[in-house]
Write a new protein. Structure first.
Length: 361
């Protein structure tokens, strides 16, 4: 029977949660002491684990061989074992790595269908130290920041609670998704169509692995992206509370201060676009943002009535379709006004003042 190989009772139940701090690279590699005192040596390359150890209760080799597969975050692994010289032929077991990387425990089934629990203790010979500090997250959360993508491209992400938005810098591709722990499910949009991503963040926050489907539905990945740095400039601005690169539009007694540059990332994460409206006398002002050159699509607008000279701050709601914008989208802001707080017969409506809003990643 292989129960003796299993050794002591379970130290901790299998868990799906990732370690609170980062495990070292290839944490399953090294020499481990089993419950009966035998020493098993494992090696790890990526997600693949191999190893060997003596027959239970002995020190003679060869004895038992092991083959396993680790999860993307290295928190868990599934193994099979077999032997041609020990009693019995083999079985399967799964284990969960402790947060400090010094033990792993779990349960399995022998070749006879008998269940067992186990706990192995790290003895050395693997990657040291057993823990490494996790990366400090950027503003918004651990997914925020700039990441490598497809070799030479850069992916810019912004996290707002469980909402994830991003863009592929310099390309017409936007990403929106929902975060659940270390996993994010997202949809990417390019001119040719949409596809899906499922991303798994590493325990130290320095990389994530992507699998999914292309615009044609074909399998995509796995691909690994590594952290470059936190986003700065327009990409880190909440458009509901700040006006990046402000520009001033003037029409008659009215002025409008609006963004001169807007990041696609900040646009998809913000609920509205802040603008400031001023008038030196009674007037009706219409602040509008629209896209397109020939076929105009209204982004949103706000109407402000001044019954006396004053200043108002308003926020133009961001429509859902803003998630489909790309860097080729032509975005404009317009200041329309009419002098007087109330409509009058025969009043004139001067042409609106229009300025370009520059879109950046």
């Amino acid at each position: 029977m292989w129960l003796v190989l299993a050794g002591a009772a379970v130290v901790g139940a299998l868990a799906s949660a990732a370690p609170a701090v980062a495990l070292p690279a290839n944490p399953w590699a090294g020499t481990w002491r089993t419950g009966d005192g035998s020493l098993v040596t494992l090696t790890q390359s990526g997600s693949q684990i191999t190893g060997a150890g003596p027959c239970p209760g002995t020190t003679a080799l060869p004895g038992v061989t092991y083959a396993g597969t680790a999860s993307a975050d290295n928190a868990t692994a599934s193994f099979s074992y077999q032997s041609t010289v020990c009693t019995g032929t083999g079985g399967n077991f799964s284990g969960t790595m402790s947060e400090d990387g010094k033990t792993f425990s779990g349960s399995g089934t022998t070749q006879y269908g008998t269940g067992f629990s186990f706990a192995w203790t790290y003895q050395g010979g693997g990657t040291e130290p057993r823990q490494t500090p996790a990366r400090a997250p950027c503003a918004g959360g651990p997914w925020s920041g700039r990441w490598t993508a497809r070799g030479t491209s850069v992916l810019s992400f912004a996290q707002n609670g469980t909402a994830l938005s991003g863009t592929l810098v310099g390309e017409s591709e936007t990403i929106t998704g929902t975060i659940s722990g270390r996993t994010a499910d997202a949809t990417f949009r390019i001119p040719e169509g949409t596809g899906t991503w499922r991303m798994t963040l590493s325990a130290d926050g320095n990389s994530f692995t992507t699998v999914g489907t292309t615009t044609s539905g074909a399998p995509l990945g796995p691909e690994t992206s590594t952290f470059i740095g936190c986003s700065s400039g327009p990409a880190g601005v909440d458009l509901a509370s700040a006006i990046p690169v402000p520009q001033t539009l003037t029409g008659g007694p009215t002025t409008l201060i609006a963004p001169g540059t807007v990041s696609l990332v900040s646009l998809t994460r913000s609920k509205c676009v802040l603008v400031k409206v001023t008038s030196s006398r009674p007037a009706r002002v219409l602040a509008s943002i629209f896209s397109g050159r020939r076929s105009i699509r209204l982004f949103g607008q706000k109407r402000v009535v001044f019954r006396a000279a004053g200043r108002r701050t308003v926020c133009i709601p961001v429509p859902f379709r803003a998630h489909t914008f790309n860097l080729r989208t032509r975005l404009n802001v317009a200041l329309g006004y009419v002098v007087g707080a109330t409509p009058r017969r025969g009043e004139t409506k001067p042409p609106p003042v229009i300025r370009r809003i520059k879109l950046v990643p």
